[in-house]
Design a protein around this ligand. Structure first.
Ligand SMILES: *Cc1c(COP(=O)(O)O)cnc(C)c1O
Length: 376
């Protein structure tokens, strides 16, 4: 193991991040507010378009939590969530005391299956429990079937929370992910397409919702000279230091998306003639993925499993990881309702995420290609 570790996805600084952080120190804005927070929010609003209003927060998880608070979700309510996702999509349902109802994926985008979603909504309503929100996720940067999901949400008048934590820069029919939901969220954790070391954002449709988010995320202080509270508050605002990193990262976002997409093309070329491997790709021209992570499916009929491959890569100090284990298969969420078949289960069984960072160099790619070629 003399060779350096090749990571799945690691932070990639552009170079100007420290300038913004230095400014924060020079002006003593070392607090969860300041010019970088405002500037980063404006950068994101300009980037996402659609006249959205962005509130920078301490994490994507905090943003989902506040989205559910804003929607008035209460103990005993039910919230529908895509099963195939990271646990952070579903955990906030527990924070507000609600019950998660999980829905299977469809095989094209690996995201929420519209048919299973409608089946779930109709059945919950029949049981006297109309779901209060639908959490959809753009897995690995691949946009979910936004038109179909939104038609169902509108038909039953249920708000959509769009978990765009992995999809900053992806588009569906030319519109940026993060602008489809009634509320959307972003993440800037260390492994995401851009990072603030840790952080997130809530994308609101109007200024009133953004103002409410900022109010809730800064301890819900009423307008009074003393500390006065008439609502439960949270300490979820982004710091001005982290936001400085974010401003620098916004300057290289497009470039880094290009590099991630190149990584995906690298795998597509590599496996072009391999009948046992499918590279996760856009199902049509409506979809443009930032390809945050590149993933493959290994056909078990090949006699080799994705776990064999993971161990082989590990031997060469190359990180890879099985796809997200669906929430309905997780011990913590056992026993909650689930609608759909075994699409998500099969994806988990056969899928593997491969090194995808925008900072991988040609020697890294060569090492990866060598292991993959000799394995198959
Ligand atoms: C990373 C991630 C989150 C959580 O974001 P944090 O900033 O890490 O709290 C939520 N949902 C998905 C799908 C994610 O990948």
């Amino acid at each position: 193991m003399a060779e350096n570790k090749i990571w799945l996805s690691s932070p990639h600084m552009g170079g100007t991040e420290q300038k913004y952080v230095q400014e924060a120190f020079d002006t003593n804005w070392v607090a969860p507010l300041g010019p970088n927070v405002t500037g980063f929010e404006q950068d994101l609003e300009k980037y996402l378009k659609q006249d959205v209003h962005v509130a920078a927060l301490s994490s994507g998880t905090a943003a989902i939590h506040l989205a559910l608070v804003l929607l008035g979700i209460k103990p005993g309510d039910e919230v529908i969530c895509q099963s195939m996702t990271f646990s952070a999509s579903a955990n906030p349902i527990m924070y507000v005391g609600a019950t998660p109802v999980f829905v299977d994926s469809e095989p094209e985008t690996w995201n929420m299956c519209p048919k299973s979603l409608e089946e779930a909504v109709a059945d919950r309503i029949k049981q006297g429990k109309k779901p209060k929100a639908i959490i959809g996720v753009h897995l690995y940067g691949m946009p979910f079937k936004a038109d179909e999901i939104k038609v169902i949400a509108a038909k039953y008048d249920i708000p959509v929370v769009e978990d765009s934590a992995e999809a900053l820069g992806s588009t569906y029919k030319g519109q940026k992910c993060g602008t489809f939901g009634d509320i959307a969220i972003l993440s800037f954790n260390g492994n995401k397409i851009i990072t603030t070391s840790g952080g997130g954002a809530l994308v609101a449709k109007d200024k009133a919702m953004k103002d409410k988010t900022v109010f809730l995320s800064t301890q819900a202080r009423d307008n009074a000279p003393h500390y006065q509270h008439s609502e439960v508050g949270y300490n979820y605002r982004m710091s001005n230091i982290c936001a400085g990193i974010g401003r620098g990262q916004m300057e290289v976002l497009e470039k880094h998306i290009g590099l991630r997409r190149e990584m995906n093309q690298f795998y597509a070329d590599l496996f072009k003639d391999n009948e046992h491997v499918t590279v996760f790709s856009e199902p049509g021209s409506d979809y443009k993925s930032n390809h945050w992570l590149s993933a493959i499916l290994v056909d078990p009929k090949s006699g080799k499993t994705r776990e064999d491959l993971r161990l082989e890569l590990e031997k060469h100090n190359i990180e890879s990881r099985p796809l997200w284990k669906p929430m309905h298969m997780q011990p913590i969420f056992e026993g909650y309702p689930y609608y759909g078949g075994n699409v998500a289960e099969n994806l988990f069984e056969n899928g593997l995420c491969l090194p995808s960072g925008s900072n991988l160099v040609s020697e890294d790619k060569e090492r990866i290609a060598n292991v993959l070629n000799s394995f198959f």
